[in-house]
Design a protein around this ligand. Sequence first.
Ligand SMILES: NC(=O)CC[C@H](N)C(=O)O
Length: 204
Amino acid sequence: MKRIGVLALQGAVREHMRSIEACKAEAVAVKRPKDLEGLDALILPGGESTAIRRSIDRCGLLEPLREFAETGKPLFGTCAGLILLAGAVVGYEEPHLGVMDVVVARNSFGRQVDSFEAALSIKGMAGAFEAVFIRAPHIVRAGPSVEVLCEHEGKIVMARSGQFLGCSFHPELTDDHRIMEYFLNMVPPAAEALLPNDSIYSKV
Ligand SMILES: NC(=O)CC[C@H](N)C(=O)O
């Protein structure tokens, strides 16, 4: 079973854990550096990026999270989580983790509309995805390694760059688990699963 961590400092943590479990994977709440051990992938949930960042610093998680990214394991940032992953944030001198080759802007969809729903057309996905946006950011600029997976109102709201997946909205707030399944498919199968059944290695 794949072990998927959810950074559990603030924000939509339980909803992500429920979605992971609905996809038959194990969900692990990450609050301390040692919780990162043995994970196959990690989700940075939505919430408030400045508040999450403060907790990351308080818990001594900034470097451990960067080291986790350096292992090449998949990371998925939703909304504030995307802001945490981004290489740069418009109006800020320093990024947070700064690991994904995108520039993001915060609160991109107007002041009046704090939250809204939209039927999105996502690359490679049949049928619309009903997405919930809450004071959502968007990707202003994407590096050459980035595959744009969805745009809304001409703004990039979902993208992948190798091990990194990011979206502006909250897929965990709906019962549609297709984006979670997409993310879980970014986790390579366990080494033993690749061995043929009669392999001598499967007996040790
Ligand atoms: N729903 C969210 O995660 C909102 C993100 C928030 N506006 C931020 O800038 O961090």
